[in-house]
Design a protein around this ligand. Structure first.
Ligand SMILES: Cc1cc2nc3c(=O)[nH]c(=O)nc-3n(C[C@H](O)[C@H](O)[C@H](O)COP(=O)(O)OP(=O)(O)OC[C@H]3O[C@@H](n4cnc5c(N)ncnc54)[C@H](O)[C@@H]3O)c2cc1C
Length: 339
């Protein structure tokens, strides 16, 4: 063995960095191995729900805040507005750098350009070196090597395609349109000086059309100018099959914690990372927060199943549901349900 740590974390995304911060803050010897050269950048819309505030993210790390968003369905538009902001956007690069600094300030070791190529019951192989562990945290995203090591399949994988447009759009917009996107959704997510425009979901209903075809045609119909835009794509694993397996934990997208409805997974990654750390520190720790995240995820996925079973009449359901947003109390419920 070349070295040994109490905890080895694979992946320096939000899940891995929050786990590292929490562990190092309690004096646990922890190392994070990240295969990328840089910490932070990731194919992502960068939308953050209000609950993210429980992680004390400083306001200057976020790009914009929204107390109102526009939801479109089959030619109609509805405004979801609340008195206070309920959605934020952040640049994943800056957001990741902030979490990285917080983890290292607490005493975590974080190494970039360090790909884990093999996992055994008591050590991992990173760049040809054997590094021992007492606990292993797989925070290595949708193509997790930790998950493969545990022998867990991935059967629910959302497809996405998005464009980073170098111009700022005024409003945060979501599009539900069964004829175009099946049970998937499209988004316009404004940041500082740029906008992320894309679509995703379990697009089995796309009837053979490529995501690029669907997305480009939809952008043309919306009058969205893609000149100078960067195209990106990455899958989202939302196939949750457990998070705690003896001395191995799966957090964030590796564990399938993202929502199968909205594709949001940053907050769930941070909560699961924190809870894995707390369970390592105190094996009796009761992870009620994991259950809270899973409850919301399951209710999202129940809705996706209903949507998939009712595609021909989905437009009517969307309209009825959104028509009710004229009642403020229901708008609050919708916002709590979706974000
Ligand atoms: C197009 C798109 C849009 C999205 N939009 C949103 C959004 O608006 N809001 C939201 O909340 N979520 C969104 N998500 C989901 C969100 O990006 C993820 O849920 C979130 O990043 C999960 O965090 P994580 O820490 O689990 O994994 P990741 O952020 O994926 O981090 C995993 C890390 O592990 C590293 N890694 C992988 N394998 C290895 C290895 N073998 N060795 C070492 N390191 C390794 C990777 O390089 C990576 O840095 C979106 C996803 C996509 C694809």
């Amino acid at each position: 063995m070349d070295s040994k740590y109490d905890v080895v974390i694979i992946g320096a995304g939000p899940g891995g960095l929050v786990a590292a911060s929490e562990l190092a803050g309690k004096g646990v010897g922890v190392v994070v191995f990240e295969r990328g050269e840089e910490i932070g950048p990731k194919v992502c819309g960068g939308a953050l729900p209000l609950q993210i505030s429980e992680f004390d993210i400083p306001a200057d790390i976020t790009d914009r805040e929204f107390s109102s968003i526009t939801v479109h369905t089959a030619g109609r538009s509805y405004q979801l507005s609340l008195p206070a902001p309920f959605l934020y956007t952040a640049d994943r690069g800056r957001f990741g750098q902030y979490l990285f600094q917080r983890a290292t300030a607490n005493g975590a070791e974080v190494h970039t350009e360090s790909r884990i190529s093999e996992i055994t019951p008591n050590y991992v192989v990173v760049n040809g070196r054997k590094v021992g562990y007492r606990y292993l945290v797989g925070a290595d995203g949708s193509h997790s090597v930790t998950r493969k090591y545990l022998g867990l399949p991935v059967r629910k994988l959302g497809s996405t395609l998005q464009y980073v447009v170098p111009r700022e759009h005024g409003s945060f917009e979501l599009f539900f349109d069964a004829r175009k996107f099946g049970s998937g959704i499209a988004w316009i997510v404004p940041h500082n000086g740029r906008t992320i425009i894309g679509l995703g979901g379990d697009l089995r209903e796309a009837r053979g059309k490529s995501l690029r075809e669907i997305c480009r045609r939809w952008c043309r119909q919306q009058g969205i100018d893609l000149t100078g835009a960067r195209e990106e794509s990455w899958p989202i694993n939302y196939d949750y099959r457990g998070w705690h397996f003896g001395n191995v934990f799966l957090v964030g997208d590796a564990g399938g914690f993202a929502s199968g409805l909205t594709g949001e997974g940053i907050y769930a990654a941070m909560v699961s990372g924190r809870e894995a750390a707390r369970r390592i520190i105190d094996p009796a720790h009761d992870s009620v927060d994991i259950n809270r995240v899973l409850r919301k995820k399951r209710s999202h996925e129940r809705l996706v199943s209903i949507m998939q079973a009712n595609l021909p009449t989905l437009g009517i359901y969307y309209r009825i549901l959104l028509h009710l947003t004229r009642y403020d109390w229901l708008t609050k419920k919708y916002v709590d349900y979706f974000f």
